[in-house]
Design a binder for this molecule. Structure first.
Ligand SMILES: Cc1cc2nc3c(=O)[nH]c(=O)nc-3n(C[C@H](O)[C@H](O)[C@H](O)COP(=O)(O)OP(=O)(O)OC[C@H]3O[C@@H](n4cnc5c(N)ncnc54)[C@H](O)[C@@H]3O)c2cc1C
Length: 338
């Protein structure tokens, strides 16, 4: 079987994949039976192995989830318990312990996740592209999917690379991220009750240019007043804070600089010495959410013929975090469906 990846942009990964935190998550945040937990845990191990094999820049730097107030310790314990139930390796840290590790932070307790790390996502995408091509696949850039219609055993897929042309394929996988609902509308005969609307949750990142105390990822708990803006690293060691959660109606990567005060207040909750003058706008990403702002977290949606009845169609929606961590596990699952 040969594979063609149709990508409308001039480079692969220009959508959600190039605008995220680049964290290899460990799997403690999601419910035990969810696809998010299943793929995050197996994807974590697969991704470290793949990164070693392909020489992709990555570092298992670990993560501390911190409580900054005593009343948050119960919430911290809940995350620990859920993680342990999910089979994730975690350690509870007392106030003394975490204060000895991070004396400059305001902390009451922490959970340490040694299996969390960071990866260079552009390098990961290049390696995956290389693998597709070495296995006789094609990555067709600057090529838009227009529509698909199933007849007999094949999909006739109309594409546009400046001109319209068609491809015949037995299998069609829709993994178009923020556009998955728009694309799903153009696949016949998919019953639209199996197409979920995508809601957009924008996340801003501010980079920090001064000296800092961080040597691991640090995630404060979300509270009534803050979404828990965390400390992340790029592969060069520069730190950044974010992402926040701003619900938007259109896909638009502009940066709202007026969020700076909100970032300063949230970061000062756990790092009182942070110098606001050294905090600068960095970039934004947009999460493809299956739930609206007032709804509970929904799982990844990966539907095959057994769900929607269209043989050969695999439809992926809501592939938000931990989508990078899960990518190889999702790939294996889709291959099994195929
Ligand atoms: C702010 C933020 C932070 C995140 N942090 C993390 C993290 O730390 N760790 C983690 O594991 N995950 C993280 N994620 C999640 C992760 O980034 C995503 O789950 C993952 O990148 C999704 O990949 P994708 O291939 O589904 O989507 P995309 O990367 O968007 O790929 C879909 C592709 O489809 C193309 N496309 C769309 N329409 C068409 C069309 N009509 N024709 C042809 N091509 C089309 C797009 O151009 C795009 O390149 C984060 C996400 C966000 C937004």
């Amino acid at each position: 079987m040969s594979v063609v990846v149709i990508e409308k942009e001039s480079r692969a990964g220009e959508g959600i994949s190039s605008r995220n935190s680049g964290v290899i998550h460990a799997g403690m945040y999601y419910p035990n039976k969810s696809l998010k937990t299943q793929f995050c845990i197996s994807g974590n191990a697969l991704l470290y192995k793949y990164a070693e094999l392909k020489n992709i820049n990555h570092r298992k730097i670990g993560k501390y989830i911190i409580a900054t107030e005593e009343h948050e310790l119960g919430k911290l314990k809940n995350i620990y318990d859920r993680g342990i139930k999910n089979g994730v390796s975690l350690k509870l840290c007392s106030k003394d312990k975490i204060q000895s590790i991070y004396p400059d932070l305001k902390v009451e307790g922490a959970v340490h996740s040694p299996e969390t790390g960071i990866i260079d996502v552009p390098e990961l995408i290049t390696a995956l592209e290389g693998d597709i091509q070495h296995n006789q696949g094609v990555v067709s850039l600057n090529t838009s999917f227009i529509s698909a219609k199933k007849s007999e055993n094949n999909f006739e897929i109309i594409c546009n690379d400046g001109n319209n042309f068609s491809i015949n394929a037995k299998i069609l996988v829709n993994s178009s991220g923020l556009h998955s609902d728009i694309i799903s509308k153009k696949i016949q005969p998919l019953d639209q009750k199996y197409n979920s609307p995508i809601y957009y949750a924008k996340g801003h990142y501010f980079k920090y240019s001064g000296p800092h105390p961080f040597h691991s990822l640090v995630y404060p708990l979300a509270s009534e007043f803050s979404s828990g803006l965390h400390v992340g690293f790029d592969m060069g060691g520069q730190i950044r804070f974010g992402p926040d959660v701003t619900w938007v109606n259109v896909i638009d990567f502009s940066f709202d600089e007026s969020l700076k005060d909100y970032f300063i207040n949230s970061i000062h909750n756990y790092w009182p010495d942070m110098d606001p003058d050294k905090l600068q706008p960095d970039y934004v990403g947009i999460r493809p959410k299956l739930q609206n702002s007032n709804e509970k977290m929904k799982d990844f949606s990966i539907l095959g013929a057994q769900d929607h009845g269209v043989d050969g169609l695999i439809n992926l929606q809501g592939i938000e975090s931990p989508g990078v961590t899960s990518c190889l596990a999702i790939g294996q699952y889709v291959a099994e469906l195929v």
